[in-house]
Design a protein around this ligand. Structure first.
Ligand SMILES: Cc1cc2nc3c(=O)[nH]c(=O)nc-3n(C[C@H](O)[C@H](O)[C@H](O)COP(=O)(O)OP(=O)(O)OC[C@H]3O[C@@H](n4cnc5c(N)ncnc54)[C@H](O)[C@@H]3O)c2cc1C
Length: 267
């Protein structure tokens, strides 16, 4: 591994100054993706800015029907939070299904959303729950945040500080996981709020996406049967050693039915 400088700011102000002032610096959350990337020489930052000691970036709170999760909150903390389990149970079970205990004990919700891996679980929940991505500069709606393969609306040096999730009346997540990494081969999140339904798919293509036909059908009847005959086109889906595009298209319908069945349990 190449050598690099290491900074551990304790305020957002100090963090922003470092990210803006130190050339080739990168923020470090749990390091679950960033450190292997550096080891493989796919990234070579001159400095890492550790986000772990900034108090405003951790913790979970609830106010005005919105669950706010600090960006540095680890997957294990989301999975075990009574507040999350009570308000948005799909988020707790999603977090409990990420990777293995080592990954859940280091990986963070902010790192996952910022990284926007096409097979990551959280992007589906952020999009289906119509969450707000809060940064050190602004608030970004989920629909405007994800821009495709590892691409987001974040500008250079911009940091996610928290995720704000409006509490749905019902919501569920189901994934067909890789048996090795537990990443989603296909994962579907469905959420209903005020008569509107949002369905978001991860793992299937180069980035998370919504399925309008399923959303319209579910607004008529929020049941697994409503989507049973809806199949997404395989045209823009991914093919790799885990599954080809046609199989992934099939899995979207299967996982959508499971997600809605899970959502009905929360009603
Ligand atoms: C073996 C293994 C299995 C995994 N399985 C799954 C799985 O089943 N499902 C799943 O969803 N994920 C999975 N992951 C990913 C994991 O959940 C982590 O969330 C992900 O790797 C990001 O890690 P991190 O939070 O430690 O961020 P880091 O690795 O520290 O950072 C990731 C990237 O985001 C940037 N960054 C970090 N925090 C912020 C922030 N607040 N604002 C802006 N930029 C930021 C960093 O600069 C870096 O570019 C797996 C990872 C591993 C290693």
């Amino acid at each position: 591994m190449r050598s690099f400088a290491f900074h551990r700011p304790s305020t957002l102000y100090e963090m922003s100054a470092l990210l803006g002032g130190v050339a080739d610096s990168m923020p470090l959350a749990g390091g679950m993706t960033l450190l292997p990337t550096i080891k493989q020489r796919l990234a070579a930052p001159a400095a890492l800015i550790d986000l772990s000691k900034i108090p405003q970036m951790s913790g979970i709170s609830f106010k005005d029907d919105v669950l706010t999760i600090g960006a540095m909150t680890r997957h294990v903390d989301v999975a075990e939070s009574e507040l999350v389990r009570g308000k948005i149970p799909l988020l707790a079970s999603l977090a409990a299904g990420i990777g293995d205990p080592a990954v859940r004990n280091r990986g963070t919700i902010g790192g996952s959303v910022a990284n926007n891996d096409p097979s990551a679980d959280y992007p589906a929940a952020v999009l289906a729950l119509d969450a707000i991505v809060v940064t050190d500069r602004r608030e970004i709606a989920a629909d405007a945040f994800f821009r495709g393969l590892f691409e987001t609306a974040l500008e250079p040096g911009e940091i996610i500080t928290a995720l704000r999730f409006p509490v749905p009346s019902a919501g569920g997540y189901a994934k067909f996981k890789s048996p090795a990494s537990r990443y989603a081969v296909v994962g579907v999140c469905a959420a209903k709020k005020a008569g509107k339904v949002r369905v978001a798919v991860t793992g299937a293509g180069p980035g998370v996406f919504r399925v309008g036909a399923m959303e319209a059908a579910l607004e008529g009847s929020f049941t697994p049967g409503a989507v049973a005959a809806i199949k997404v086109s395989s045209e823009n889906l991914s093919s790799d050693i885990h599954a080809d595009a046609e199989y992934r298209a099939h899995l979207v319908t299967v996982m959508a039915k499971k997600a809605i069945a899970a959502a009905l349990q929360t009603l």
